[in-house]
Design a protein around this ligand. Structure first.
Ligand code: FES
Ligand SMILES: [Fe+2]
Length: 347
């Protein structure tokens, strides 16, 4: 049988099902910081419905958005500092998942129970990150580590957040595919130059790998790096014409988070290595001239990603410039298989 036309029931593949929800024990960006203000916010991410709020100090807290009593969304409740009081019967749940008060039946055994799934939260680079712990009551996650472009004072960045109607793995595949720059983005301000065919190579790094064109660098979208430092990031650089202002190539840091089967949170930080007056110039230029062009390029990506069928990645004929995708998919499957095996051993 021609495998390209074989019917595939990918719902039955447990590794695929695990990956669809996002790998465990990693940090994921879940929304821009400004999503969470005075009221609790409910978001679907990573296979959960999650309530996020700010405590008295402004620190972001997060729990599964499901009251341990009868399942009303905690996001409909009231913020009491590091606790939420459910709107339905007033049960209070602390940020660590412990029920601290059952006002309708004081002293009942639900009081003091760790009954809600907690999510450790961190805020950095204008985004809120959650740790997708395999243990619902995990005490201390590893620290969130940002790439240099988001943590060093030598760099300046803008977070550009959007949501696409496709599996987050389509977004990852799209970024691990520099060849599309010369086609899909040929009509863009920064990707009209360079060869339209290329041979690619893989190069290992300390925290992942680089997938790059042989013999062309700094002309178009010529390489992508995949990084695992406790968060999965992707990094690439696009050369800028002189009219793009100071700072050299334009670096993009990406990270992609599952929302639902056909919905993903798409985080791109647009970064340049600029300080002092050059930083002011870049930030001004970005807001006034470059940002819209970047959105236009991203729109060129969004349209095919959303239009591709959910089983498109099961009916493919891959070739040399898809080597990066093959490598990364295999790595994800291995990570998911190891997590499933570990979870199986734990029960
Ligand atoms: S469902 Fe939340 S207090 Fe009853
Ligand atoms: Fe693209």
């Amino acid at each position: 049988m021609n495998m390209a036309y074989a019917p595939v029931n990918f719902q039955q593949d447990p590794i695929d099902a695990a990956l669809a929800q996002g790998l465990k024990d990693l940090w994921f960006p879940v929304c821009p910081s400004h999503f969470v203000k005075e009221q609790p916010v409910s978001l679907r991410r990573l296979g959960y419905k999650i309530v996020l709020w700010r405590d008295g100090q402004g620190q972001v807290r997060a729990l599964e958005d499901h009251c341990p009593h009868r399942g009303a969304p905690l996001s409909l409740g009231v913020i009491l500092g590091d606790r939420l009081a459910c709107a339905y019967h007033g049960v209070e749940v602390r940020q660590d998942g412990v029920v601290t008060k059952v006002p309708g039946s004081p002293g009942c055994k639900l009081e003091g129970m760790k009954a809600a799934r907690r999510f450790h939260a961190a805020e950095a680079a204008d985004a809120i990150f959650l740790f997708n712990a395999s243990d619902p009551h995990s005490e201390s996650p590893p620290p969130l580590v940002l790439p240099e472009q988001l943590s060093s004072p030598e760099w300046s960045s803008f977070l550009c957040y959007t949501e696409w109607g496709c599996d987050y793995r389509y977004v990852i595949d799209n970024v691990m595919d520099p060849m599309h720059g010369a086609y899909l983005h040929r009509q863009s301000h920064s990707m009209a130059e360079g060869e339209i065919s290329a041979e690619f190579q893989l190069r290992d790094t300390d925290q992942g790998f680089i997938f790059e064109k042989k013999g062309q660098k700094g002309i178009n979208f010529d390489w992508t790096e995949w990084i695992d430092n406790g968060t999965h990031w992707m990094r690439l650089a696009i050369p800028y014409p002189k009219t793009g202002g100071p700072g050299g190539p334009f670096t993009i840091i990406g990270s992609y988070t599952p929302i639902a089967a056909r919905a993903s949170g798409v985080f791109h930080w647009r970064c340049r290595k600029v300080e002092g007056w050059e930083r002011d110039t870049w930030r001004f230029l970005y807001k006034n001239r470059l940002e819209q062009r970047h959105w236009n390029v991203l729109e060129q990506d969004r349209v095919p990603m959303e239009a591709m069928e959910p089983d498109a990645n099961k009916r493919e004929h891959l070739y040399q410039h898809d080597m990066g995708i093959v490598r990364l998919r295999r790595h994800y499957r291995n990570l998911a298989a190891a997590q499933l095996e570990k979870a199986g051993q734990a029960t």
